[in-house]
Design a protein around this ligand. Structure first.
Ligand code: COA
Length: 253
């Protein structure tokens, strides 16, 4: 159990709330495990009709905890992100997200598996995988270009260019961009509405709209390459540079 993720259910809506604001909600292995277990419970529990992803503090999430990545790279505990990603990618009920502030890495790629996304106009969505000598995950190498086109997606992955919330809404990565203070209420209102819809029809609609098999194949292919990249000297330099609060130097690698 961890108190770094708050999980609660009321009126058919389970809320999974990242609660590590002092670290910009960086997702540790314990947090992924808690969220993955909650999603599994939500699949089984008929009274849960919708899951809402949200956050405490000024950031949705700064992505995977880089200390956990560094530890995995040195032979420590394998990242728990993979199981979480598979769980959201295969989650059969609607997923709604409320995103304010920074959504880095998996913070953005998990949104590609959400069915409704409410985002703050000034939010910043980034996927700087190559900056960390890594590759895209969560089937984002398939889904992001499908949403925003190859060139914009490549600039996000390889150059670390971001999207504002406003741009994300224009490009269809989010439903709507709102003032930050209104995002959670809007997402909750939509989740409450969805919870009253006939659940069988909602789930069948979601299933029809997603090529689940292609998504799973892609995310597993990415996962294998991601795992190799994680152990590379390039990635270790990127993780050490972050810890030491300096720019990485890939010139000698
Ligand atoms: N993993 C671990 N710790 C993280 C983190 C992460 N992904 N993101 C932020 N933190 C920690 C910082 O180390 C800092 O801790 P400290 O107060 O003990 O020094 C704290 O959270 C606040 O972050 P800080 O960097 O001071 O805030 P900022 O507003 O200047 O920058 C970010 C925020 C998110 C832009 C910056 O922290 C960052 O680039 N983080 C890494 C993001 C990343 O690469 N994620 C993985 C993508 S695959």
């Amino acid at each position: 159990m961890t108190d770094l993720v708050k999980i609660s259910t009321a009126n058919g809506v389970m809320e999974i709330v990242w609660n590590r604001p002092d670290k910009k909600n960086a997702l540790s292995n314990a947090m992924y495990r808690a969220a993955t277990a909650a999603l599994a419970q939500a699949v089984e529990d008929k009274s849960v009709r919708v899951v809402l992803l949200a956050s405490e503090g000024d950031s949705f999430t700064s992505g995977n905890d880089l200390a956990d990545f560094a530890s995995a790279a040195m032979g420590g505990e394998a990242p728990a992100a993979g199981a979480f990603i598979e769980a959201i990618a295969q989650f059969p009920k609607p997923l709604v997200a409320a995103v304010a502030g920074l959504a880095v890495g998996v913070g953005t790629t998990m949104l590609l598996h959400c069915d409704l996304v409410f985002v703050a106009s000034d939010a910043k969505l980034t996927t700087p995988f190559v900056n960390l000598a890594l590759v895209p995950e969560a089937a984002s190498s398939l889904l992001m270009p499908a949403h925003i086109g190859h060139r914009r997606a490549f600039a996000m992955f390889a150059l670390g260019e971001g999207l504002t919330g406003e741009q994300a809404a224009q490009l269809g990565v989010a439903n709507v961009a709102l003032p930050a203070a209104e995002v959670l209420a809007a997402a909750r209102a939509a989740a409450a509405k969805l919870a009253l819809r006939p659940p069988g029809a909602v789930m069948a609609t979601k299933k029809l709209m997603r090529n689940g098999e292609a998504i799973l194949t892609q995310l597993r292919t990415e996962g294998a390459i991601f795992g190799e990249r994680l152990k590379s000297a390039e990635a270790m330099e990127a993780f050490m540079a972050f810890q030491q609060k300096r720019a990485p130097d890939f010139s000698k690698l």
